[in-house]
Design a protein around this ligand. Structure first.
Ligand code: ADP
Ligand code: MG
Ligand code: MG
Length: 888
C-alpha cells in the first residue's frame, strides 16, 4: 500500500520532495530530539492523488489520515473533539519551495462550543479559551471558508468602541463569548452555513483548502515566474498546538542564529510575551528584541541558545527559527536556512569555514555571484531613513549624489570644472556619451533595463535609473517636476540605482570596498577556479580598479575613447579631413604622444599583467559633427557670412561628413577595414603602444601587450594587419633598444571568422569573442534598433526567451563560439581564448565559457569579483579541466 502520511518521527530533511520543506524539517528536528509538538505530514503525493481523483479525499488517503490522527491522539493523550481532553491542532501548508500564495496556517483547530469549555476548565483560564476559539473562527472562516477578514475586524472594532476598550487584552471572557456568537452570525450570513462544530469535519475542510490553494491564481503565477513545476504539489502538516498566549510565562517569537544583515555571530530576533502565532509579524504589538528574553525567562533563553547552536551544527548553515514558550516550556515550530544580505552571506560562509562546520567549496556555493553586485558600488548608509521623491527602474546599481543637469554638453562642462553632476534626460543616445562619462549617475524618464543609458552606465559602473515615468522633464526650461515638487538645474539630488529611488538633497554614503571576509572568500575562489578573469578597461583609472578587484589582466582596452577627448577632437578631425597622406601623417604624429601617455598609465597600473588593446574600431564619422546640425549651420552662414573663411571650413567639413556617411554604419567602414584602407592610423596606434611598452619596461615594470585586430572576417585581413604590427614592433625595438614580448590576435565578432577559425588561427596568437557584435551579426540585427523597436515584442510573445544582449544565446552565438574554439585549437593547440562582450560578467555566460573551454572571461572592473566567484562555481559544478590553462 502506498504511504501518503508520515508521522514526524518517520521523516527526515532529505524528504523535502515528499514532505515539503516545512514537514521535512519538522521531522528532522523531531528525530534529533528537539521539543517539537508532535504531528504528521500529509505528503505532496497525497495532493497529487487528490487532484487525480477529482478532488476527493477518500479511500486509502482518508484511512491513513485517520490512522495518523489516532497515533497523534494516543501520543498526546488527547482526542479531537473530546469534551474532557480535547486535542487542538494547527494545519500548515508546505511545498518543496517556499511559496507565497499558499494557504495561511490555521491555528486552534478542534475548537467548538463544547471543547472550548474543556480548555477553559483545564487551563483554569476562561478568557484564554474563548479568545482562542474566536481566533480560530476568524482564521478558519477567512482561510478555509474564504470570507473576507474585514467582516470580523469591523465587528471587533465596533465592539471595542461600544465597550470603550482600547485594545484586545481588555476584553473579558464574557466579551469574547459575545463576539463569538456574532462571528457565527457572520459565517451564517456570508457563507450560508453554520460554523462547522465537528472537529473532524473542520480538519478535512482545512486539508482540502490547503490542497486547493496549490492551484489558486497567486500560486500559479508565482510558479510560472519562478519556473517551479506544477506537478510538485503541496504537503499539509497537522501538528498539535502549543500556546504562547497562556500568560506572562508564555510567548512566541522568531530567531536567527546569526545576524541576517551583517552576518555577525550573535542570536538575532524578536519575541512577544503572551502572544500566539502570527502576532509577532502582524505588527499590532511591537515585539521585544530577543535578548530581552534573557532577562524575562533566563532558563528558556539558555535553552533557546543551545537549540540554535545544535540546529546550526546540524544543518551547517544559519537558521531562521520559529519558537513558542508555553508556561515556561520551549517548543520549536519551524527551522529553515535564513535569508540574508550579500554582506551577511559572505561573512557567514567564511565564519562557518573557520568554525570547521563547512569546507571552502561549500562556502563558495553559499554565495550567489549576482548578489555581490550590491557590495561593489557606493551605497546609501542603511541607518539613513529614506524619503524617496519617486521611483524608476533600478537599471545600474550604486548610489550617487550630484547636481541636476539636463544636457550632455552641460554635464561635461560642469564635470570638467570638478562638480558632481547627475544627468537627467528623457533618454540618452550615443551622442550623449561625453555627458555620461562626466556624470556621477544617469536618470531617464523613458527606456527600460536595456536602454542605451542602462547599458552604458552598467558598463562604466555608474548608477542609473531608467523608465522613471513620474518624472516630468522640461529640458528647455531646465527643470523636472514630480507632482508638485519642482527640481531646477543645479539643485542637488541623490539616487539609488539599486532600488530606483530618487531623493532630494545629499545623503550619507558608504564606499565600496572589499571587506576582509570578501577578500578571503575570493582568494578561495581563485584557488578553485580554472578560468581566468580579466577586466574591460579603457583608461588608467579603470585599470586601477580592475587591479584592485583582482583582475588577471585587461581583456579589452578600447582605444576610441582616446580619440574622443575634447582637446584631441580637433586633431582627430584634422586627421580625418586630410587630403593627402602627408597631411594625415602630420596629424597622427600629434596624436601619438597623447595615446602613448594613456598606454603608459595603463601598463603601469597593471604591473606586468597582460593588456589586450583593440585598435580603432568605430567608423570615422563618429568623430565628426552631426550632419543635420552642420547643414543648418552652413545654411545660416551662407545667408549671413557669404565668403567668410568660417563658411569655407564648415562647407569642407560638411562635404567630408557627407562623404563618410554610411547607409548602415554597423556593417560599414569600421574595424580592421579602417586599418586596411588607412594603415597609417593603425600604425600610429601600434607605435604608441610599443613606445609605451618600451618606456614602462625601462622604468622597471614588466609589460605584456596584446594587440587585438577588430572585426576580422577573412584570414587575409588579419595577415595584412599582423604584418603591420610585427614590422612596427621591430622598428620600435630597434629604436628603443629594448626587447619585449607581445601577442597579436583578433576579435571574433562576425560569423565568418568563427566558421573559418582554423584558417584565422594561423595568424592569431589569441581569439577574443566580442559577443556584443557577434550577437548583432549572428542575429543580423543592430542592437539599438532591436532594443528600441522590436526586441521587447519578441520577448513578450516568447519568440525569444531573453534579450540576447543580456543573456548569451547559447544555441546560436554559443555554437559559433564553440566552433571558433574548436577550429582555432585544431590549428594551434595553445591558442589563447577569451570573451570580452558584456556577457563576460554574467554568471550563466561565465559558466558557458568554462564549459566551452575558454581560458578567460573579461568584464567591467566592478563585476570582476563576482566573475571570480562565478568562475569558481563553474569549476566546482563541472569539474576541473584536464589541460593546463595559459592565463589566470
Ligand atoms: P508561515 O509559513 O506563514 O510561517 P506557519 O505554518 O509557520 O506559517 O505558522 C504561522 C504561525 O503559527 C507561526 O508563528 C508558527 O510558529 C505558528 N504555529 C504553527 N503551528 C503551531 C502550533 N502547532 N502551535 C503553536 N503555534 C503554531
Ligand atoms: Mg513559519
Ligand atoms: Mg565589435
Amino acid at each position: 500500500m502506498k504511504k501518503f502520511i508520515y508521522l514526524f518521527n518517520e521523516g527526515n530533511s532529505d524528504m523535502r520532495e515528499v514532505l515539503g520543506g516545512k514537514g521535512a524539517n519538522l521531522a528532522e528536528m523531531t528525530n534529533i530530539g528537539l521539543p517539537v509538538p508532535y504531528g504528521f505530514t500529509i505528503s505532496t503525493e497525497a495532493c497529487n492523488h487528490y487532484y487525480e481523483s477529482g478532488k476527493n479525499i477518500s479511500g486509502i488517503v482518508e484511512q491513513q489520515i485517520l490512522a495518523a490522527l489516532n497515533t497523534l491522539e494516543e501520543k498526546t493523550g488527547k482526542r479531537l473533539g473530546d469534551i474532557e481532553h480535547p486535542l487542538l491542532v494547527s494545519v500548515r501548508s508546505g511545498s518543496v519551495f517556499s511559496m507565497p500564495g499558499m494557504m495561511d496556517t490555521v491555528l486552534n483547530l478542534g475548537m467548538n462550543d463544547k471543547t472550548v469549555q474543556a480548555v477553559a476548565k483545564l487551563t483554569n483560564n476562561e478568557r484564554f479559551a474563548y479568545d482562542s476559539y474566536r481566533r480560530f473562527i476568524q482564521m478558519f472562516s477567512n482561510v478555509v471558508l474564504g470570507l473576507d477578514i474585514f467582516y470580523f475586524e469591523q465587528l471587533l472594532d465596533e465592539f471595542r468602541e461600544k465597550k470603550g476598550y482600547k485594545a484586545d487584552p481588555e476584553l473579558t471572557a464574557d466579551d469574547w463569548k459575545e463576539v463569538i456568537e456574532r462571528y457565527k452570525l457572520i459565517v451564517k450570513r456570508q457563507a450560508r452555513m453554520e460554523f462547522p462544530q465537528n472537529p473532524q469535519e473542520q480538519l478535512f475542510l482545512a486539508i482540502r483548502a490547503v490542497f486547493d490553494s496549490w492551484n489558486n491564481n497567486r500560486a500559479i503565477v508565482y510558479r510560472r515566474i519562478h519556473k517551479i513545476p506544477d506537478h510538485l504539489g503541496t504537503a499539509v502538516n497537522v501538528q498539535s498546538m502549543v500556546f504562547g498566549n497562556m500568560g506572562d510565562d508564555s510567548g512566541t517569537g522568531v530567531a536567527f542564529t546569526r545576524n541576517p544583515s551583517t552576518g555577525e555571530h550573535q542570536l538575532y530576533g524578536e519575541y512577544l510575551i503572551n502572544a500566539q502565532g502570527e502576532d509577532v509579524v502582524a505588527g499590532i504589538r511591537t515585539p521585544e528584541p530577543i535578548h530581552v528574553l534573557e532577562k524575562d525567562m533566563p532558563n528558556v533563553y539558555k535553552k533557546l541558545v543551545a537549540t540554535c547552536q545544535l540546529l546550526e551544527q546540524h544543518y551547517k548553515d544559519m537558521q531562521d527559527i520559529e519558537f513558542t514558550v508555553e508556561r515556561g516550556e520551549l517548543f520549536i515550530l519551524q527551522t529553515r536556512n535564513g535569508k540574508r544580505t550579500a554582506q551577511a552571506a559572505i561573512r557567514i560562509a567564511v565564519d562557518l569555514v573557520k568554525e570547521g562546520i563547512i569546507d571552502k567549496e561549500t562556502a563558495l556555493l553559499r554565495v550567489d555571484p549576482e548578489q555581490l553586485d550590491q557590495l561593489l558600488h557606493w551605497r546609501i548608509d542603511h541607518m539613513f531613513k529614506r524619503e524617496p521623491l519617486t521611483k524608476g527602474l533600478p537599471a545600474s546599481p550604486g548610489a550617487a549624489t550630484g547636481v541636476v543637469v539636463f544636457d550632455a554638453d552641460e554635464a561635461e562642462k560642469l564635470g570638467k570644472e570638478g562638480s558632481k553632476v547627475i544627468l537627467v534626460r528623457p533618454e540618452t543616445t550615443p551622442d550623449d556619451i561625453h555627458g555620461i562619462v562626466a556624470s556621477q549617475a544617469i536618470v531617464t524618464s523613458r527606456g527600460g533595463m536595456t536602454s542605451h543609458a542602462a547599458v552604458v552606465a552598467r558598463g562604466m559602473g555608474k548608477a542609473c535609473i531608467c523608465g522613471c515615468e513620474k518624472l516630468n522633464i522640461d529640458v528647455k526650461n531646465k527643470r523636472f517636476t514630480v507632482g508638485d515638487t519642482v527640481v531646477n538645474y543645479g539643485e542637488t539630488i541623490t539616487i539609488d540605482g539599486s532600488t530606483g529611488e530618487i531623493m532630494l538633497g545629499e545623503i550619507p554614503m558608504i564606499e565600496p570596498k572589499l571587506s576582509e571576509e570578501f577578500k578571503e572568500l575570493l582568494s578561495w575562489a581563485d584557488e578553485v577556479r580554472d578560468l581566468g578573469v580579466r577586466a574591460n578597461a579603457d583608461n588608467p583609472t579603470d585599470a586601477q580598479k580592475a587591479f584592485e578587484f583582482g583582475a588577471g589582466g585587461i581583456g579589452l582596452c578600447r582605444t576610441e575613447h582616446m580619440f574622443m577627448d575634447p582637446q584631441r577632437v580637433p586633431i582627430v578631425q584634422k586627421m580625418i579631413l586630410a587630403e593627402t597622406f602627408e597631411e594625415r601623417k602630420t596629424a597622427l604624429k600629434e596624436l601619438l604622444p597623447m595615446q602613448q601617455g594613456d598606454f603608459e598609465g595603463i601598463f603601469e597600473e597593471m604591473q606586468g599583467l597582460p593588456v589586450t588593446i583593440r585598435l580603432l574600431d568605430p567608423p570615422m564619422h563618429e568623430f565628426l559633427p552631426d550632419k543635420e546640425e552642420l547643414l543648418v549651420e552652413v545654411t545660416r552662414l551662407q545667408l549671413t557670412e557669404k565668403g567668410s573663411p568660417e563658411l569655407e571650413e564648415k562647407e569642407l567639413l560638411l562635404k567630408k561628413v557627407q562623404q563618410l556617411a554610411e547607409v548602415n554604419p554597423m556593417l560599414g567602414h569600421r574595424g580592421c577595414r579602417l586599418g586596411v584602407v588607412f594603415p597609417e592610423i593603425y600604425e600610429m596606434q601600434v607605435r604608441a603602444i610599443f613606445y609605451a611598452a618600451a618606456n614602462v619596461l625601462k622604468r622597471g615594470t614588466a609589460v605584456k601587450p596584446e594587440i587585438m585586430i577588430p572585426l576580422v572576417g577573412h584570414i587575409n585581413e588579419l595577415q595584412r594587419m599582423r604584418r603591420l604590427v610585427v614590422e612596427t614592433a621591430q622598428q620600435v625595438m630597434r629604436e628603443a633598444e629594448v626587447e619585449f614580448d607581445y601577442l597579436v590576435g583578433t576579435m571574433i565578432e562576425v560569423p565568418r571568422a568563427a566558421l573559418t577559425a582554423d584558417q584565422i588561427a594561423e595568424q592569431a596568437d589569441f581569439f577574443s569573442f566580442g559577443t556584443n557584435d557577434l550577437t548583432q551579426t549572428t542575429f543580423g540585427f543592430s542592437r539599438d534598433d532591436a532594443e528600441g523597436k522590436f526586441l521587447q515584442t519578441y520577448i513578450e510573445q516568447k519568440l525569444l526567451p531573453d534579450n540576447p544582449f543580456a543573456v548569451l544565446d547559447r544555441d546560436g552565438v554559443g555554437k559559433l563560439i564553440e566552433t571558433g574554439v574548436k577550429l582555432g585549437r585544431s590549428t594551434k593547440s595553445n591558442l589563447k581564448t577569451g570573451i570580452c562582450g558584456e556577457h563576460g560578467g554574467e554568471k550563466s555566460a561565465i559558466e558557458f565559457c568554462y564549459m566551452t573551454g575558454l581560458d578567460y572571461v573579461s568584464c567591467s572592473p566592478y563585476r570582476v569579483p563576482l566573475a571570480r566567484l562565478a568562475a569558481a562555481l563553474a569549476t566546482i559544478r563541472h569539474g576541473k579541466k584536464k589541460v593546463e590553462i595559459s592565463s589566470r
